[in-house]
Structures are given as C-alpha cells and as structure tokens.
Design a protein around this ligand. Structure first.
Ligand SMILES: Cc1ncc(COP(=O)(O)O)c(C=O)c1O
Length: 361
C-alpha cells in the first residue's frame, strides 16, 4: 500500500544525521529546554525572518498561548475560517471567546476577506487567518480590513512553515503567528511540537512567560500559564529536518506539478488554486472532484489512500452548536458547504512517487 505521507522514507534519507542528533540529546542529560531548544528557536527565526520565536508543545498550544498573549477575553468574537482543522475555532471557544465563521474563496479555499468583513461587529477583536494546505491566506486584503477596524491578525501557519507570499516567508504576516511540528507537517518532529512567532518583543516575552507556568523566576508565578515546553529531542530532530526543508519544498512543488498536469485539464476535477505571488508547502495536495464517490471507488480499486480535508463545515460541528457559540450573521457559508462534499487529498510528501500514483489512477 502506498503511504499517505512517507515518513519512513524521510527518516531513511536522513538517518545518520538524525541518529547523531538524537544521541547527542539522549547522552546530554538535558531533555527539556536547554541548548537544542534555544538553537532551534534561533534557526527558525533566521529561516522565516520573524524577530522572535517561542517554541511550545503543539500547534494547538501555540494558538491558545497566542490568543492569551493577544488578551482574548470571554465574549470576544474572533473571525475564523469555516473550512479548516478545528484547532483555531476550538482555542477561541476554550478561552471563552466566540468563534465566528467566515466562508472561503472557491478557488484558493482560503478565508474570504469579503465574508470576513461582513462579520465584523462591536465585539470582534481579531481574525485568525489559516494558511490552508500550505498556501498563505490573502494577507494584503486581510491586513487592510484589520487595520480599518482595529483588529489583530493571528496567522495560523500550522500547515505552511516555509511558504512565501510576495517573497516574504509565512509566520511573519500576523501580529502573532504560529506553526505546528506534528509529524506529517512539512516541517515535522517525532511527536507533538509547535512554535509562536512575532516581531513584537512584548508579545514574545508574554508568550514565553505563559509557556512557563507564568513564571520568570523559579517558583514565583505572576500569571496563570501552562506547561508549554518543546522537548530537546524534538528540537534536535527539527534542526536536522530544517536543513533539508528547502530541498523538500522544491520536491513537493515538483510533485504537485505532476498531479496538476493530470487533474487541471480534466473536467470535473479542480486542484486548489495557488494565487500569483504565493508559493505553497503543499501540506496537502487537495482537489475538488464533482463526483467524489466515483473517484473514491477508483482510488480504492487502485489501492491509493486518500483523506477528506475536511468533511464538514466547522459551524456545523456539535461542539460549536448546542448553544455554545452565538449564532453568526453568516453561518451558512455556502462555499464551504459545497467544498466539503468535493474536497479530497491525495498521498503527498517530498518522498511520494507521484508518477506511480498517477499511472495507477
Ligand atoms: C490549521 C491547523 N491549525 C492548528 C493545528 C494544530 O496543530 P497540532 O496538531 O500541532 O496541535 C493544525 C493541525 O493539524 C492545523 O492543521
């Protein structure tokens, strides 16, 4: 069976470097924080151009910490895309805020700035823009809207570390930005991990404080925070993989081209459009298929795995209904509803034999 993401081939390719890095940490006696984590944070900052990087335990934790840094209060409304993984909306609601769901652009599948704009009201505090499937959200327009209404932007780049927009790297478009190092992400570790990025030194300082139980001095806690630590072992793995990220991203783009050449011209098949000025990490290769059930039958027959990203609009998830969230003014999100019936993701990573998959299909 073809793997959906071939993490074992990646480990094989870098085995020597990974084993050396892993041994270095295991032999050091320093497993939390310390030099590996500090070095990783510096290298991530250098790579993406953010002035400050604060690593933490996962992408979800990074979102929660970022919302705390931004001062989200109970009842505050935050605009989130209706078509994405649950984490951004979940974190807003967990902190007592109200996620308000914006529809998406039917071509790029990114948050629609027009839909977001319509949702702004007196309780709106910010917008979480998700760099969906590895492509940056439309930050030029979003920033104008945010500035006009005094809102912040939290950039959720869990799927897009290494993507660019007009030459600028992802994780530098938000007032505060986050990524995830979940193993199948374009830059993934061997467990959970995440990071927060910002150019604002006060935000960085607050994120670091909150990620360390609200403490700067040992056993003195000035805020309620959490255990938001990244393991040294994960940091060491990430440092190895970061050195290969650009060459992997290039291979991902070549692989995407092979899929595009097959699907872009086929009636009934529409790959996610990548806007001019954007380069994607292709965290997923996702396309819309008019007759998805028939396509799935064909994939099953050819023994090609697939994933549905995402099967339902977030505003229909039971946790956001059942009297939790306030009804939104535009909760129907018709584009998201349609896309959820057509979206399908194919096996994809830098080590996927895309040619073989295409031939089998
Ligand atoms: C858009 C988005 N945000 C946040 C997350 C959460 O990241 P993590 O799994 O590291 O908590 C994910 C994970 O898939 C994601 O896709």
């Amino acid at each position: 069976m073809i793997p959906f993401v071939n993490l074992t081939a990646q480990r094989e390719a870098y085995r020597k470097e990974l084993e050396m890095a892993e041994k270095r940490v295991l032999d050091s006696g320093c497993y939390i924080g310390g030099p590996e984590v500090q070095a990783l944070e510096k290298e991530l900052s250098t790579y993406c151009g953010a002035l400050h990087t604060v690593s933490c335990g996962s992408g979800t934790q990074a979102l929660e910490l970022a919302l705390m840094v931004l001062g989200l209060e109970p009842g505050d409304q935050v605009i989130v895309p209706d078509f994405t993984f649950i984490a951004p909306a979940e974190c807003v609601q967990k902190l007592g805020g109200v996620p308000v769901f914006a529809d998406i652009d039917p071509r790029t599948l990114q948050i629609s700035p027009e839909s977001a704009k319509k949702l702004i009201g007196p309780k709106t505090r910010g917008i979480i823009a998700v760099n969906l499937f590895g492509q940056c959200a439309p930050y030029g327009v979003l920033r104008n809207i945010a500035d006009q209404h005094g809102l912040w932007i939290l950039e959720d780049s869990a799927q897009a570390f290494g993507a660019t927009q007009n030459g600028k790297k992802a994780c530098t478009f938000g007032d505060i930005s986050i990524t995830s190092f979940y193993p199948t992400k374009p830059l993934g570790c061997y467990g959970d991990g995440g990071a927060i990025f910002t150019d604002n030194p006060e935000y960085a300082e607050k994120a670091r404080l909150l990620a360390n139980h609200g403490s700067r001095e040992r056993y003195r806690h000035i805020e309620i925070g959490t255990n938001g630590r990244l393991d040294a072992l994960q940091a060491a793995v990430l440092r190895v993989k970061l050195q290969h990220l650009d060459e992997e991203l290039e291979r991902r783009r070549q692989n995407a081209k092979v899929y595009d050449q097959v699907f872009a011209g086929l009636p009934g098949f529409t790959p996610q459009a990548i806007d001019a000025g954007n380069t994607s990490t292709y965290a997923q290769y996702t396309l819309l298929v008019e007759n998805r059930a028939e396509f799935i039958r064909r994939l099953d027959k050819a023994e090609i795995p697939y994933c549905i990203h995402y099967p339902s609009p977030l505003h229909t998830q039971p946790c956001f209904c059942a009297g939790h969230a306030e009804p939104t003014t535009d909760a129907s999100c018709p584009v998201t509803e349609k896309v959820c019936t057509q979206a399908i993701s194919l096996p994809f990573c830098a080590f996927t034999d895309v040619q073989k998959i295409v031939e089998r299909i």
